[in-house]
Structures are given as structure tokens and as C-alpha cells.
Design a protein around this ligand. Sequence first.
Ligand code: ASP
Length: 288
Amino acid sequence: MFRSPFPRFIAALALSLSAALALAQTAAKPRVVILATGGTIAGAGATAANSATYQAAKVPVDKLIAGVPELTDVAHLRGEQVFKISSYSFTNEKLVQLAKRVSALTKDSDVDGVVVTHGTDTLEETAFFLNLVVHSDKPVVVVGSMRPGTAMSADGMAMNDEIHAGRDVAKRVNIKTNAFGSQWGPLGMVVEGQTYWFRNPAKRHTMGSEFDIDSIDKLRGLRSQGLQVVRSSRVGDGFVLRNSEQPDDKYDWVVAHDLNPQKAKILAAVALTKSSDSKELQRVFWQY
Ligand code: ASP
């Protein structure tokens, strides 16, 4: 069986496809589906010197898989091209479509795990969304890369070797290969194709989540729900405390705690599928 040591979470991994699949490596080869959405990991530049100038979302999933023949040593693979976009083109509709496909695959007894290849700009939002709404204990891994496979020193082999929780991970640097970090630290590492785990996510997620993509058809923004204000910080780390800098009770605002504004947007959109009550939204922000 294909089981990671901490199966019940959705991770955003700052590492390559091959390293991600090493997560799944057991005696029997796991059956893994790669859902390709585009991004730099599927990018192509004009020359090997073009590590930062290239076209994202060029290489189709089958070519991506064929480009790393060693993958078939560690898993039975098949790919599906879900989108071919840069990740800034992800919309709420696309998030729902992707999550429904991930959910369906995790329910398939012939599938042991799912890898989503994704552009890095909004990777953290998709990983957090899947973490909130996919009810499965099978591993779902979101991966990206900072350089296209055509570049010299492409980070298709490993990208800082770290495994991060989808809830906590954020893109912090947009030109270096150590682009991703979590203010509470990575959950583990991949070294020489082996995974090493050190932490478990503490917040509610996947099997412990009250949100399920199978019963969500549409995400709505705050405005269409009567406008709730969620207060988040543009500073990278730390958190917003209720009623500290602002009288949140008086204004009936919600605080995002340690979630950055882009993740607060995702959690608010998911929470609003159930309730638009500010106290209920605040409960969700404390728990997820
Ligand atoms: N613009 C690209 C994207 O987010 C960047 C990347 O993948 O690194 O799709």
C-alpha cells in the first residue's frame, strides 16, 4: 500500500516531481496520477541560459513524465492534463474543478496518490484549498519548480529538499530556488530520494475538515455574501491578534490570525459556502 508516514495532509512541496514521487516509494510500486496544470515546471526557454526568461505551461504532461525516465522505477504513473496555464490564471472555478478531480481520484481504489504540478505563484493557495476540502487520507502533493526543465541547473531534481504543509507554506522569494518556506517550519525533508518526517500539521484539514469539495459547487467572494471584513497582515510572518491593533469586536471584523491575505481569501471563500455569520467565520479562522 502507498502510505506516507503522515498520510492525512495535503502538502505543498518545494521540490521536484521525482523527489515528490520518492515520498510514495515502498516495496510495491504505488499507482500515482499526475494532474498537470502548467506553470514553470512545464515551462520551456529558448536556451539553457534562460532560467528566468521562458514560457510557462508549454510542456504537456506526457512529455513531462517522459523527461524523467527514473519515475517509472518508483511508481506506476499516468498523467492527466487538467489545465495548461500559469498559476496566476487560476480562478475559483478552476480551483473547484481541480479539487473535484483530485477528490474523485482519491476515491478510486486503483489510485494510491495524486501529484499536482502547478505554477509557483499561487501554488500555496491551491495547496491550502485542497488541504481544506479533499476528504481523503491518501497523499496529495502539489509541486512546482522555479526554473524550467530546459534551463541549466533546472530545479527539476530537487528544490531545497523540503516538505511543507499546504496550510503554512508560502512563496517568499521569486528568483531563487529556495523559494518556499513556512513560518512554522517544514514538516520534513527528502534526502537522496528518502523522506524524513519531523512534524504533523496541528490545524484541522482533510479528513478532519467540515468542508468537502463533493458538496461544494461554487465558491463565492466576500462581496456577494454581504461583505465581511477579514483582517490579515501584509508582513510575511507573525500573526494578527483579535482586538489588539483594531477593535475587531466593535467593527464586527474577522481576523485571519497567521494566514497571509491570499490564504485568508481561500479560507473565507470556503467558509462562506456554509455561513456568512462573522462569529462563525472567526471560529473557522481559529480552527483551520
Ligand atoms: N508564473 C509562473 C506560474 O506561477 C511561475 C512559476 O511557476 O514559478 O505559473
